[in-house]
Design a protein around this ligand. Structure first.
Ligand SMILES: Nc1nc2c(ncn2[C@@H]2O[C@H](COP(=O)(O)OP(=O)(O)O)[C@@H](O)[C@H]2O)c(=O)[nH]1
Ligand SMILES: [Mg+2]
Length: 313
């Protein structure tokens, strides 16, 4: 039985992987690249071709070299002698490199800052997350901390209505920190346990961004010294290498502890998340696979790589 078939044997695993596969249909590297490359016995120039292919998938050079080195070592060490064992070694290398061993805290009251430049999918991701958390039995409030455009507030309201999440906003151009303060007061009053805060993504002025976010952080700490618990950067997979610059700025400003990679239902491969992990150790939390409410899946490296390799199972 092939490695991916084996991995997705359980029904739940298979459903999840199929969802990725559908979302990644356009992403799948074409036959000339990864899929064709992963054949035993490997070609003489296998590792340099792998590096090129990974670079085309937006991992950047350093990360491509690291992955390729790790795989070469694993192939030797594990005495790989079949196509399937080769794929398995690749999955294992990627899992080891990019999935941190974490003990996630169990928070009663969990505040999320959802950050990123304009248009990456912050508001949409908040809607999808609200839907997911509500389905898991949590109570959820979304707060319109992006007060820069009235349209952004209205868009968040639509997601709140659609999902049934509680909603807090003030007028456009209100001070985001005061919106957050009042929103959190309301959330406490209602006994909400997951708060999702939408933020403005005006990256062109780093000083402003920093001041605004720092002020918001001070405000949430009045409610919980460990807040904001989740400081996630939303990245648009189609941005490619520019994602690295975005991660750098937001990490400096907000000490990120999660990445959400959106729009991998397009043609982009999203390899930038691995480059970002290599550089800043920020784990990948979720991937956006489309525009509707349930097109958000927890990041699952096996499913992701199955999509990359165009594997069926
Ligand atoms: N195809 C696709 N589109 C997405 C995804 N996430 C967001 N979008 C779209 O990207 C556009 C910008 O999203 P929005 O949430 O307004 O971005 P924001 O400016 O960061 O809040 C909208 O048209 C969304 O429907 C995704 O995972 N896949
Ligand atoms: Mg928005």
């Amino acid at each position: 039985m092939g490695i991916f078939k084996r991995l997705f044997q359980t029904k739940k695993g298979a459903e999840k992987a199929r969802k990725y596969q559908m979302g990644l249909q356009n992403t799948t590297l074409s036959d000339e690249s990864l899929r064709a490359l992963f054949k035993w016995p490997i070609k003489d120039d296998f590792y340099s071709e792998l590096e090129e292919t990974l670079i085309l998938a937006d991992t950047g050079m350093n990360t491509a070299l690291k992955i390729s080195d790790d795989l070469a070592k694993a192939v030797k060490k594990k005495r790989v002698d079949s196509t399937d064992a080769l794929k398995e070694a690749f999955v294992e290398v990627m899992r080891t490199r990019y999935i941190p061993v974490e003990t996630l805290g169990n928070h009663h009251f969990e505040v999320h800052f959802i950050m990123g430049v304009n248009g990456v999918g912050k508001t949409t991701t908040i809607g999808k997350l609200a839907h997911r958390y509500l389905a898991e039995g949590h109570s959820v409030m979304v707060i319109a901390g992006d007060t820069f455009r009235a349209g952004a507030i209205a868009q968040l309201k639509i997601w709140a209505d659609r999902t049934g999440a509680a909603f807090y906003a003030k007028d456009a151009l209100s001070d985001p920190s005061s919106v957050v303060y009042e929103g959190l007061e309301k959330a406490k009053e209602l006994g909400i346990d997951k708060v999702l805060i939408d933020t403005a993504g005006r990256l062109h002025n780093k000083q402003n961004l920093m001041q605004e976010l720092e002020k918001m952080v001070r405000v949430v700490k009045r409610f919980d010294e460990f807040a904001p618990h989740q400081r996630w950067l939303v990245l648009d997979a189609t941005t490619g290498q520019n994602g690295m610059a975005q991660a750098k700025v937001f990490h400096e400003v907000a000490d990120l502890n999660g990445i959400v990679l959106t729009k991998i239902d397009g043609t982009a491969k999203g390899g930038i998340i691995f480059a970002i992990y290599d550089q800043f150790s920020i784990p990948i939390r979720y991937v956006g696979l489309g525009e509707s409410v349930d097109d958000l899946e927890p990041f699952d490296i096996e499913s992701y790589l199955a999509g990359w390799l165009g594997e069926s199972f």
